[in-house]
Design a protein around this ligand. Structure first.
Ligand SMILES: [Fe+2]
Length: 258
């Protein structure tokens, strides 16, 4: 039967929309309640929705009863601080699963590609319903930073780099793409990340905002990319050995970098 998917994402798996032009008071993201995620201790998230409306970043499937990444419950204390961000997430009219603001500290390109991961957006999702994809809406102005997408985790020739100026909006099938952000700023990057259910509402939103499946990708020096590839493989091997020494089979990368 398959899932209901967005035709607009069918060609390349991602689209860049027109920039959002509404000015948003930075207090809407600065004054949110943030929590650390996993053990990174660096990247933090401020959930606007969660499984049950608590300030909680965990996947909906890690609760009882488990459910897929749909029907997020708005966190009252957070949306009171960020009503415009809530409106941005609701603007398409598509179902909203997890919705949160990420706070990402500056990093290096080699960090980003080491952190490349695929999201587990559709765990427990039922065929015949909408495929869950993610929207990224950059809040801070990080024009020199970029969202990195790779269809093959280890092949830089498959890499697409999308700049993250304030107001930039990108919708990606993040279960299909390996992805991470290279944040070149000196201050944290803030972005609104929303899990949306594919369907006619999301399609209409993409069309109305001129979703482009072939946006400009940022060029990087091939030698710079090659050096980072070497560093990525070195770090992966280093981690594998550290885990092996403890008798642990290394798990795939977790969702912690965008
Ligand atoms: Fe992700």
């Amino acid at each position: 039967m398959g899932f209901i998917r967005s035709e607009a994402l069918g060609e390349t798996g991602y689209v860049v929309l027109d920039d959002h032009t509404t000015s948003i008071d930075p207090a809407e993201w600065r004054d949110l309640e943030y929590v650390g995620w996993r053990s990174s201790g660096i990247t933090r998230f401020a959930p606007l929705t969660s499984y049950a409306g608590d300030v909680d970043c965990n996947g909906f499937w890690n609760h009882t009863p488990p459910r897929t990444d749909k029907d997020g419950v708005w966190v009252a204390s957070q949306v009171a601080v960020a009503p415009t961000l809530q409106r941005c997430a609701q603007e398409p009219g598509a179902g909203v699963g997890r919705c949160r603001v990420i706070e990402l500290q500056p990093n290096e390109y080699a960090d980003a590609i080491y952190n490349l991961h695929q999201d587990d957006n559709n765990r427990l999702n039922e065929e015949g319903t909408g495929w869950v994809v993610r929207g990224f809406f950059n809040l801070s102005d990080d024009a020199d930073s970029m969202l990195i997408l790779r269809s093959d985790r280890f092949d830089p020739a498959t890499e697409i780099r999308l700049p993250l100026r304030a107001g930039s909006r990108i919708i990606v099938d993040t279960q299909r793409f390996w992805h991470a952000v290279w944040h070149r700023g000196t201050a944290p990057r803030y972005a609104l990340i929303t899990s949306w259910t594919s369907g006619p509402e999301l399609d209409a939103y993409i069309a109305a905002n001129h979703g482009d499946p072939h946006p400009r990708t940022v060029d990087l020096d091939p030698e710079f990319v090659d050096a980072a590839q070497v560093e990525m493989h070195r770090r992966i091997e280093e981690r594998r050995r550290a885990f092996e020494a403890q008798g642990i089979v290394m798990e795939p990368p977790v969702d912690m970098s965008v």
